[in-house]
Design a protein. Structure first.
Length: 288
């Protein structure tokens, strides 16, 4: 496993602690229960982000004091921020403006403070703006660590995106990431070399292999006596609230999240969040 994959695995281990810490901080700031859950972390190529950044986002920018020059970013889409603002203010919100951002600021800053507590890193002062996202210099990397986190509450369903550069992810996890060696003499024509064509041919063969896709509504733990006592009509409460996205697994590996839909007389899942094709292949390789 590469160092980068080790960092990603460690971040996955920290996800539960991070969500719990943010949930507690935001709920206290908002005066109501708001839950952050179902984190989905991945390594995302910067080029994939460009297609998503052609619209304004609620951008929360901050830095950890261990590397104050490296800005980290939390992103919330316009529609999802309006849902959050309505839940916090208790009134209908039509557009995003400075007034509604100011009203929601304590809860938004609590996201950062909750994250800070979970990873044991102090942060600098955060800035919050509704704008087109313009990546800072530390995001000029081949790939970034991205975590999508679901937000739920009474009549609230939204998602927040955390973007973190490799250096910061390395600092948080305590795992050093080795610098990738660039090959300046590799030219574009090299992509048509026999070795590359061979890999492509092999991939074509793999594409026809059937995989098991499963949809997981939720999980829970029960003592043996309660399992024995189960009978027809028993209700088993799972660890997800109504309306939260379900997990889509391929060969037991989480690759996407979605919402349950009804198609004629059958159930289906509409994908709402999914890893990139490269990341999906990476996860499947780990499962092999």
């Amino acid at each position: 496993m590469s160092n980068t994959q080790q960092v990603l695995a460690k971040l996955n281990e920290l996800e539960g602690t991070i969500c719990q810490s943010i949930s507690t901080a935001v709920s206290e700031a908002a005066g109501q229960t708001i839950t952050f859950s179902n984190p989905l972390s991945s390594l995302t190529p910067v080029t994939e982000l460009e297609s998503e950044m052609n619209q304004p986002w609620l951008v929360i920018q901050f830095a950890f004091q261990s590397s104050p020059e490296n800005a980290q970013v939390l992103l919330i889409s316009q529609d999802h921020f309006i849902s959050i603002a309505q839940a916090i203010s208790g009134i209908p919100v039509a557009t995003v403006d400075d007034t509604i951002i100011t009203e929601c600021r304590p809860a938004l800053e609590a996201i950062v403070s909750g994250l800070s507590s979970a990873v044991g890193q102090q942060v600098t002062e955060s800035t919050i703006n509704f704008q087109l996202f313009s990546p800072t210099s530390n995001f000029n990397e081949a790939q970034l660590f991205r975590t999508n986190i679901a937000i739920s509450g009474e009549e609230l369903s939204a998602t927040i995106v955390l973007l973190m550069d490799c250096l910061t992810a390395s600092t948080i996890t305590g795992i050093e990431i080795e610098a990738e060696v660039e090959h300046p003499f590799m030219e574009a024509d090299s992509f048509s070399s026999p070795s590359i064509r061979s890999e492509s041919d092999s991939l074509e063969i793999l594409l026809d292999i059937p995989l098991e896709i499963s949809v997981e509504l939720g999980r829970m733990k029960m003592p043996v006596r309660d399992v024995i006592d189960l009978g027809a009509g028993s209700i088993v409460e799972i660890d997800k609230a109504a309306g939260e996205p379900v997990d889509v697994l391929v060969n037991g590996r989480l690759v996407a999240k979605g919402e349950v839909v009804v198609i004629e007389d059958s159930f289906g899942v509409r994908i709402t969040e999914i890893l990139s094709p490269n990341e999906r292949m990476q996860r499947l390789s780990e499962a092999a």
